[in-house]
Design a protein around this ligand. Sequence first.
Ligand SMILES: Cc1ncc(COP(=O)(O)O)c(C=O)c1O
Length: 444
Amino acid sequence: MATETLNKTMSGEEMVALSKKHTLFEWTAQSKVDPIPVARAKGIYFWTPEGKRFIDFNSQLMCVNVGHGDPRIVRAIQEQVEVLAYANPFMATEPRARLGAKLAEIAPGDIDVFFFTNGGAEANENAIKLARLASGRHKILARYRSYHGATAGSMMLTGDPRRWAAEPGMPGVVHVLDPYHGIARGWDTAEESLAMIEEVIQLEGAHTIAAFILESVTGTNGVLIPPDGYMQGVREICTKHGILMICDEVMAGFGRTGEWFAIDHWKVVPDIITMAKGLTSAYVQLGAVGMRRSISDQFKDKVFYGGLTYNSHPLACAAALASIRVYEEDKLLENARKTGVVMKELHADLARRHPSVGAARSIGLFGLIELVRDRAKKVPLAPFNGTSDEMTAFAKFLRQEGLYTFVRWNTFFTNPPLCITELEMREAFAIIDRALEITDRAVA
Ligand SMILES: Cc1ncc(COP(=O)(O)O)c(C=O)c1O
């Protein structure tokens, strides 16, 4: 394992102790927290203060898409902060103007007006606000296997168990089932799933539904790639009933799947699109809601009741412009497609050789593997919303060997930065290959 000495002011142990003492970690009981201290990062790697190197196989939180420490983005942020660090959202600035125009160029179809936020949850909050104001309707359809953010409204859109503790919350959200039903039951066809959505709309009353929000490729709930025809079908249903289609591209957008936006794979144009994460590759926090002209036109005379102190923050807009330039200059969408093929082969190879691999899914560099204790019966290696000794041991091994990724329930993710080379990819999979020997031992 590569190690190196760094000029450090605080040891990893000190960082962890002080962070645990005075700051709250998210989504976990504080006594269970065991953070990795991080001092610096470059490309697909990051290092602890003591010089232990990790392969960042999750792009941190599926967000550092271009990779760590890109000098072009660093320079753009430095140049912007020297000239204008902040201007309030009633002002027009060059980074705001240029970013709106650039996003209009790369967003699907005729989406060409944007509202900027601090991140994904706020983008979704504003998307439903826009949909309600524009449609004059109230209800929002969302899916169960989804995550849309942790603010009050986006938490209610979220279908997964992270919602439970926040209930009861904002009324008017109706959840529908996904085409995927977990590893044991598997997938519905597009037709079956669309029929279920039609039925829910009939029972709820189409005239009461403002929008249907869905992740184009579902992220934390399993890298769920919709069957062909599903997204086109959702588009048709929404159009037929005057329901606005909102695609949440917070995780799937910006090259993760090999296209600017995941919905581009199905050539569908939503009415509203939300983004964050890869928009700036997380160098500065920024989210955005994009909308078609037909929606923004409604606010020509009608007030858009929404605002944020840091809306269109110049530093964040400059970081986004620089990040988009890196995707283009380094052809990162192409690289995601190319190395995505390699990743798919490596997934298949693991599935052939490891009996604990129950399913492997990927699109571009958005990947996930589901582990099982019985392949024939497809019994997951950890229960829904739970963990197991085997999954814990698997995660511990990866960490020990210097590979960082998300291990959730019976799954783990393969979401490297899009700048990854084939060699680096194979280096990561060699570690995963050894880790799977642990989970194989649990197979009946
Ligand atoms: C699909 C999706 N939507 C929304 C969010 C929320 O974004 P944020 O954490 O920036 O508020 C996330 C975060 O992981 C996400 O994956």
